[in-house]
Design a protein around this ligand. Structure first.
Ligand code: WTA
Length: 651
């Protein structure tokens, strides 16, 4: 999709259904309509006063002097305040009955389980924080976590937060090259990994990839390895250490550092429209406030809930809504290591039944897979414990929403469709389950304190029901503060496009009821199975193959993944065949990782470009989607003909 120049984006989706909150749900909700109105008014009249009041929900070692200093480009939230995220997620629950409450309920893919009560988790985190210190990690040093979905990942995160060493988590599906790039950019001092992880009954190698990445490392000194599967690994003396050996002798005493509210909590790399991944930086106070309050408001968390977010902690959803948000609220958060279809397609529903899951948060791409697998799988299990459902990651098709509502929610559970981004840190636009009537496919309305708008490329507000660019008009506490090591790129990417606003990179419209309908990315970023991939990065990966002269990558509608990856490839010499297609697919997988596996490779004699040299992506998108048919090997003339045909048909 392209926004055109100052033109509105045409929105074709029309959806008339509406679902008010069930009365019994509304009656017990954390946020009631009256409460919501109050918060909304307070946030509108005095945003800083509002956020200051909300911040009382965190534990501060020292109270802040000012709520907000500066604007988008130099915002400082809660300046003068001191706190610690690990303290907020652990210590503050220990002098209440929650000491013995389950913090993390974990299930491994093979079926092994672990439950860590708040006091257990606290103890493990203190020990690992001491391990980090003993390996030379100091406040401010970066630590990379490249791990499977095991409790040690959450322990390592909170240990980093405890000593003020920002973590940089790299999703376990990324390649050695991707790890090396991120480690070098962040100048990480230490990597925590595991021998391997389980996925669909197979072992996914992790330590081996880290070893390979370290050949190009400019900063990493030590590696800590969790033994998860028992896979063979090489341990390099004086560099590599076993987690269990280090933990054995570690002290359980470790005070949480008193950190500035703006102390960096973590870096998380995400794709942008240019090649290099962006190191999104989140800081302590504002991020924790955003995740804590949104978890309470949107997921309506109660102390007796079992809450399950199915994301991987390698993505922001896992950071905010498996670890920081739930634990800061003293909740029980469920963590599952493996695939949804192992040993069979009923695994998620078996887990819901086994643990009596009450709140379930997943992605539209997963929902589309469930639909494909058939209603018989959820039908085999008792899902009556569920009381609230959520989705995130991409727009949900109204029909998938309806299936989720009927088959999983049994027409009883409200659905919260939550719009947010790695950059926003926390949920921004979402229903409140006891307040907002939902419409399938809409993320509904902004949360209190969030001020979005829909604008043209020149920044003018658009009237209702006209598609345009989604922006934020006001800073919010959990927003990213910068891109690691590149403040200029931060300003340029998010703050320069629409003056005075944060530009999210999404197209959207607002309807006559003030509901937001997100239409997808307007930049050169694909959303594949809820994961952001940059077309530029994919193109660079293809061009790094010796046979490739030029590449253009576009997305196209894909039944399961939302968007599929289509690569137009121009070769240096000769013609491509099936063999080379396979080779290029493997090449992209080794360069970026399995998440970036191309769905289509199309050899073309040339790539169509505008006079100024820009790839004509709209044309390529249409071809990839099968809207235009052309021969196997496309020439510039063919593209020319297509472009002309379209001009004529569009008048
Ligand atoms: C998309 C994931 C429609 C959007 C938390 C955004 C959504 C990008 C929704 C961020 C939603 C996320 N409805 N689109 N409910 N949630 N998106 O950084 O394009 O991995 O900009 O963060 O996902 O993806 P990210």
């Amino acid at each position: 999709m392209s926004a055109g120049s100052g033109q509105a984006i045409e929105s074709v989706l029309k959806e008339g259904r509406s679902f008010p909150p069930p009365a019994d749900f509304a009656a017990q909700a954390n946020v009631t309509p009256t409460h919501y109105d109050e918060m909304w008014r307070r946030a509108k009249d005095d945003p800083e006063g509002f956020w200051g009041e909300q911040a009382e929900n965190l534990h501060w070692f020292k109270k802040w002097d000012t709520v907000l200093q500066g604007g988008f480009a130099d915002a400082r939230w809660f300046a003068g305040g001191k706190l610690n995220a690990s303290y907020n997620c652990l210590d503050r629950h220990l002098d209440s009955w929650r000491k013995n409450k389950a913090a993390i309920v974990w299930e491994g893919e093979p079926g092994d389980t672990r439950v860590l009560r708040y006091q257990d988790l606290h103890r493990e985190v203190c020990k690992f924080a001491n391990v980090l210190k003993s390996l030379g990690v100091k406040t401010g040093d970066r630590v990379t976590l490249y791990m499977p979905m095991i409790p040690e990942l959450a322990i390592a995160m909170l240990a980093c937060a405890r000593i003020g060493a920002p973590h940089s988590i790299i999703f376990g599906g990324f390649s050695a090259d991707a790890i090396a790039d991120r480690n070098n950019d962040a100048q990480s001092k230490l990597v925590v990994t595991a021998d391997a992880g389980w996925r669909r009954g197979k072992q996914i190698e992790l330590k081996g990839k880290v070893d390979e990445s370290l050949q190009r490392s400019t900063s990493v000194q030590k590696v800590v390895v969790v033994r998860r599967t028992g896979a063979d690994v090489d341990m390099k003396p004086d560099r590599d250490y076993w987690w269990h050996e280090l933990m054995e002798g570690a002290s359980t005493d470790c005070d949480a550092e008193s950190l500035d509210a703006e102390h960096p909590l973590y870096i998380l790399y995400t794709s942008g429209s240019t090649g290099k991944p962006k190191g999104v930086l989140h800081t302590t106070g504002g991020y924790l406030l955003g995740t804590t309050m949104t978890t309470r408001w949107v997921f309506d968390l109660k102390d007796n809930d079992t809450y399950w977010c199915t994301a991987d902690i390698g993505w922001v959803t896992g950071h905010s809504y498996i670890v920081y948000g739930p634990l800061s609220n003293g909740a029980t958060t469920l963590m599952y290591e493996g695939a949804p279809n192992w040993p069979d397609e009923g695994r998620f529903w078996q887990i819901v039944e086994k643990y009596g899951v009450n709140i379930f948060y997943t992605a539209p791409t997963a929902i589309r897979a469930f639909i494909k697998w058939g209603d018989a799988w959820p039908g085999k299990y008792d899902l009556t414990s569920l009381r609230l459902l959520g989705t995130v990651g991409e727009p949900i098709n109204p029909e998938a929403w309806m299936w989720y509502h009927r088959t999983i929610g049994q027409e009883r559970c409200p659905i919260v469709d939550t719009w947010w981004q790695t950059e926003t840190g926390a949920i921004m636009i979402s229903p409140l389950p006891g307040v907002t009537a939902t419409k399938p496919g809409s993320c509904t309305k902004p949360l209190p304190g969030v001020v979005p708008d829909i604008v043209t490329e020149s920044g003018e507000s658009l009237p209702d029901n006209q598609g345009g660019l989604l922006v934020m008009r006001q800073p919010w506490p959990s927003m990213l503060r910068t891109l690691w090591g590149d403040h200029e790129r931060f300003v340029e990417t998010y703050l320069s496009k629409i003056e005075g606003c944060y530009f999210a990179g999404d197209g959207a419209r607002r309807d006559e009821d003030g509901y937001y309908w997100v239409m997808g990315r307007v930049d050169d970023v694909l959303n594949v199975a809820g994961h952001r991939l940059s077309t530029m990065e994919l193109e660079s990966a293809l061009v790094s193959h010796p046979g490739v002269a030029e590449a253009a990558v576009v997305g196209y509608p894909h039944d399961l993944k939302g968007e599929g990856i289509c690569c137009f490839v121009t070769l240096k010499t000769g013609e491509g065949g099936e063999e080379l297609k396979k080779e290029l697919i493997d090449h992209v997988r080794t360069q970026i990782g399995a998440i970036a596996t191309p769905d289509q490779i199309r050899f073309a004699a040339s790539v169509p470009k505008t006079r100024s040299g820009k790839i004509m992506r709209r044309l390529l998108r249409d071809i990839a989607a099968g809207k235009e048919t052309i021969g196997d090997t496309t020439t510039l003339e063919d593209y020319g003909v297509l472009a002309k045909l379209r001009e004529e048909s569009e008048g």
